[in-house]
Design a protein around this ligand. Structure first.
Ligand code: NAD
Ligand code: SAH
Length: 418
């Protein structure tokens, strides 16, 4: 075991949080129980790059229980929970390279510490590890079977690699599972992004105008939760269909240049860059809050905000206030990185249960199909999605109807009309 973490003495605190997550992740736990005896992953190295949270800890413990050697780094410089990292090292004996507040160099050094384990399978979130691995496949890729990708932007980056015929091993797009993006992205981010903003500022949402940039899975979750807390919501979009959906869901839809002067709180959720830039900031009211729930730290142009400012000061650990040359103040939460993971605890365990059951089953799928898959991006099997949904419903004590033989027949025939 090797590691680079902040403080191993935090392990007790981390362990209690992991136990809490375990008690809220029944689907993943059932998979752990199912495979801990047969240990299908024995002899394999799983190299991961995912937010080091209590939920990720349950995934790494499941992989280890199934026999894998686990080497892990964080996938965001500000999202590592140092107590969780400590418990994974001390209590579980896993190799973890992550701490909160790393520099860019430390962030990539940690990724390389994982790659040096010569992974058989990679698990990534945002594709930073997978892209670095591709630059060094000759050096570290001798065992590689395949990999998985957790999030929308990571899948897009890897699809770009595939389009350029540069994908070096098969990837399962975990984000594309319905039991992932229709739940994690929507309900998970919908709740946790607002949780992050509230923990950082204690702002009252009721009576505020919240501008949500992007009305995809993440944006629609945030918009609905913000409305539920009493805010008026304006949506900005570039896609006519999603813009129309937002309008028909009852939101005001405008270009960001028009929304900029009305908003009190701005939340980006597009996966795109410069969604909030100089021309928007110049129009904003005094005291607005800016947060990003999309990816990396590029959705809000921090360079533009700095250029417009003469000074900045920290209000608390997660809020930086910029004093603009036009005398307005702008409050940036979590350095423009994922507000839900930087200023709160990320998505609740209940929803990560399904995302990480998909991750674990995808690892097993890669192993089972070793040598038969092409260097392509693969979707999750529909069967897997259905199985996870069934297990989740079961864990919630919910049963559903079954089609009768007659009904099934009816749905598959064209003969019976009016
Ligand atoms: P999506 O493709 O479903 O939605 C993105 C939406 O943003 C689309 O409707 C698109 O038209 C719109 N958009 C793109 N560029 C825009 C721009 N310049 N201005 C306005 N709208 C724009 O993707 P998604 O699943 O909703 O994910 C969005 C981002 O959030 C991705 O980067 C994803 O990786 C990330 N994500 C974050 C979390 C989290 O925990 N914070 C969770 C899931 C996904
Ligand atoms: N790594 C990039 C890409 C976005 S991460 C970045 O940090 O900017 C977005 C992903 O975080 C989502 O797809 C979601 O599955 C994951 N996530 C959200 N809450 C989490 C939690 N509690 N634990 C682990 N991962 C979480």
């Amino acid at each position: 075991m090797e590691y680079r973490i902040k403080d191993i003495s935090l392990s007790d605190k981390g362990k209690k949080k992991i136990e809490w997550a375990e008690s809220h992740m029944p689907v993943l736990l059932s998979l752990k129980k199912k495979y801990e005896e047969s240990k299908p992953l024995k002899g394999l190295v799983v190299g991961g790059c995912l937010h080091v949270t209590k939920e990720t800890a349950v995934l790494t413990k499941t992989l280890a229980a199934a026999g894998a050697t686990v080497a892990w780094s964080g996938c965001n410089p500000l999202s590592t929970n140092d107590d969780i990292a400590a418990s994974l090292v001390k209590d579980e004996g896993l190799s973890v390279f992550a701490s909160r507040g790393v520099t860019n160099k430390e962030y990539y050094d940690d990724i390389y510490s994982v790659l040096k384990f010569n992974p058989d399978i990679t698990i990534d979130d945002g594709a930073d590890l997978t892209i670095e691995f591709h630059k060094n496949l000759d050096k570290y890729g001798k065992n590689i079977i395949g990999g998985t990708e957790e999030t929308t932007t990571g899948v897009l980056r890897l699809k770009a690699l595939e389009t350029n015929s540069k994908l070096g091993y098969p990837i399962i797009a975990v984000n594309d599972a319905e039991t992932k993006h229709d739940f994690d992205n929507v309900y998970g981010t919908g709740q946790s992004a607002l949780d992050g903003i509230i923990r950082a500022t204690n702002v009252l949402l009721s009576g505020k105008t919240v501008v949500v940039a992007g009305y995809g899975h993440v944006g629609k979750g945030i918009a609905s939760r913000a409305r539920g807390l009493g805010a008026s919501v304006i949506v900005t979009e570039v896609d006519p269909i999603n813009a129309l959906k937002a309008r028909m869901d009852g939101y005001t839809v405008k270009p960001m240049e028009e929304a900029a002067s009305s908003g009190d709180i701005f939340i980006t959720s597009t996966g795109c860059k410069d969604v909030i830039a100089r021309k928007h900031v110049e129009k904003m009211k005094n005291g607005v809050l800016l947060a990003n729930a999309g990816h990396f730290n590029v959705e809000i142009s921090i360079d533009d905000i700095k250029e417009l400012s003469y000074e900045s000061k920290k209000i608390n650990e997660n809020v930086e206030q910029f004093l603009l040359k036009n005398n307005n103040k702008i409050n940036l939460i979590g350095e423009g990185r994922l507000v839900n993971l930087v200023a709160a605890e990320g998505h609740p365990s209940e929803v990560m249960d399904m995302s990480f059951a998909n991750q674990f089953l995808s690892v097993l799928y890669l192993l089972k199909n070793k040598g038969t898959l092409e260097n392509k991006i693969y979707k999750i099997d529909r069967e897997q999605d259905i199985m996870i949904a069934r297990l989740k419903l079961e864990s919630m004590g919910i049963s559903i109807d079954k089609l009768s033989e007659n009904q099934s027949k009816y749905l598959n025939e064209y003969g019976e009309g009016t």
